[in-house]
Ligand binder design. Structure first.
Ligand SMILES: [Zn+2]
Length: 492
């Protein structure tokens, strides 16, 4: 049996789950579900990043201890994913004792390898935020969080010999061109690595909320280092299920954190003698109604509001349909409504409704010769999903939806009877059955509703050929309802 290990980044708990987190997690969920459908042994990981100065400060602001604060925030993420039907196998928290153990073992390994040394950290510090800012994070020389002046500080720190791994990283990118995906974003990283790598400061003396650096107590590990190791702690490295699932097949990350995953993480793994992941996929960002997303802009979209109005599946569909995975896209409620009305109601909902109506009225034998399977290339869709090309995969599935709708008209099904009608209905129901299997990773609830109305068993991707139709049809109303622009703007 093939295995498939997919991860989201662990989300930093100083913020509530927003549309960005929801997007990343939904996309990873789609791939996890797809691989389960293939029959693979899947391990899907998400979680929360709970250490560091910013969390400590956020807790203080609310008059809470850090433990209390992170418990409450992590619970929000867990509840959210549950409500959205996310099928992660583990939810890893960096305050989990298992994680702490793994981190300490991992650090010991790279320390023993001679890749950690004591030095002096020189960097930027934002006094109002009381936060260290790296050279790379600076925005026009100012603090990236608040935009205020930063000052230069010096602090004793331990360093990881990142520079030592420059050539090995370049060799990795060379040997494995798929490691950095999508390709159009890979050159940026490769060029930066070619320019040279500074060693990485991995401890802080002034931060208290974190995992202790055991080799010199009183120092705390840099939050990013701690966070990356969650991909191993979830497998209980070096034992547990590490051998079963490592290397990770895909780390799904936002493009803003590609550097940590594509450069620092594989270098750390090389130092520890662990194989790097197979792929780091950095996806793009959403603008909201054509504008950059941000709390300060007042245009933050609450995914809970959206799904309450339109349903989880409609949002999942929009995520996949609107933006090729890897590129940037725009989230707009108007465009979401247009897709619901035009594609989910008129194409898919209508198809299922019309076909089941014909099937229920028909008293004869639902049997015939496969015709509608021509044009439907399952191997092509599998290949697209292997490349994480959800955009073209959903289009290929939708082409089958449209083809099946056209078939009803071409055959003038309403004029037929007897064997001829039985043959048309057979083709419609088999096509819908296959569509419901193919759609299940993308729109699990909708797929399930179709399956129940067809009265067929749950099936995997190996059942996408047309066979005998074995269901017992029971129509249960429309899959989707139409929305109007006005109706949505009246809502609170
Ligand atoms: Zn600041």
């Amino acid at each position: 049996m093939a295995k498939f290990y997919i991860t989201t980044p662990i989300y930093y708990v100083n913020d509530k789950p927003h549309i960005g987190h929801t997007y990343t997690t939904t996309m990873a969920d789609i791939f996890a579900r797809w691989h389960r459908l293939l029959g693979d042994d899947v391990f899907f990981l998400t979680g929360t990043d709970e250490h560091g100065e910013k969390v400590q400060k956020a807790a203080e602001k609310q008059g809470l201890g850090p433990e209390e604060f992170v418990d409450a925030m992590a619970a929000q993420f867990m509840e959210r994913w549950k409500g959205f039907g996310i099928t992660n196998d583990v939810f890893m928290r960096t305050t989990d004792p298992q994680h702490e153990r793994t981190v300490k073992d991992f650090i010991k390994k790279i320390y023993d390898a001679g890749d950690i040394y004591k030095g002096e950290y020189e960097g930027w510090y934002c006094t109002p935020d009381e936060t260290f800012v790296t050279e790379l994070q600076l925005k026009d020389g100012k603090c990236p969080y608040c935009g205020r002046e930063v000052r230069k500080v010096k602090e004793e720190s331990y360093f990881f010999r990142l520079g030592k791994y420059q050539q090995m990283l370049l060799d990795l990118y060379d040997r494995n061109p798929d490691f950095l995906s999508p390709r159009f974003r890979a050159m940026e990283t490769i060029n930066r690595v070619k320019e040279g790598l500074n060693d990485l400061s991995i401890t802080r003396k002034s931060v208290k909320w974190g995992i202790e650096f055991e080799q010199d107590k009183g120092n705390v590990l840099y939050v990013w280092l701690d966070a990356l190791i969650n991909y191993l702690s979830a497998l209980k490295w070096p034992d547990g299920t590490f051998e079963d699932f490592w290397p990770a097949d895909v780390h799904v990350v936002g493009k803003d954190i590609a550097w940590f995953h594509a450069v620092i993480w594989p270098a750390l793994l090389m130092s520890a003698g662990i194989e790097p992941p197979k792929k780091v996929f950095s996806h793009g960002w959403w603008t909201i109604e054509g504008r950059k997303m941000g709390k300060s802009l007042g245009n933050a979209v609450d995914p809970v509001d959206i799904t309450r109005k339109y349903g989880v599946d409609a949002l999942r569909y929009y995520f996949v349909r609107e933006m090729p995975f890897g590129e940037d896209g725009d989230f707009s409620e108007g465009k979401l409504i247009a897709r619901i009305n035009g594609e989910l109601v008129d194409d898919l909902g209508n198809l299922v409704y019309r076909s089941l109506t014909l099937a229920e009225r028909f008293g004869g034998n639902i049997t015939g010769t496969p015709e509608l399977d021509r044009g439907l290339d399952i191997e092509n869709i599998k290949g697209l999903m292997q490349k994480l090309d959800t955009f073209n995969a959903i289009e290929a599935i939708w082409e089958q939806v449209r083809r099946t709708n056209r078939y009803i008209n071409e055959k003038q099904a309403w004029k037929l009877s007897g064997e001829q009608l039985g043959n048309v209905i057979y083709n419609l129901l088999e096509s819908i059955r296959v569509i419901s299997i193919l759609l299940s990773p993308f729109m699990p609830e909708t797929s399930e509703k179709i399956r129940v109305q067809l009265g067929v068993e749950k099936q995997g991707l190996n059942h996408c050929g047309f066979g005998e139709f074995r269901g017992k049809v029971s129509k249960q109303g429309h899959l989707f309802e139409k929305f109007s622009r006005e109706k949505h703007s009246e809502n609170p």
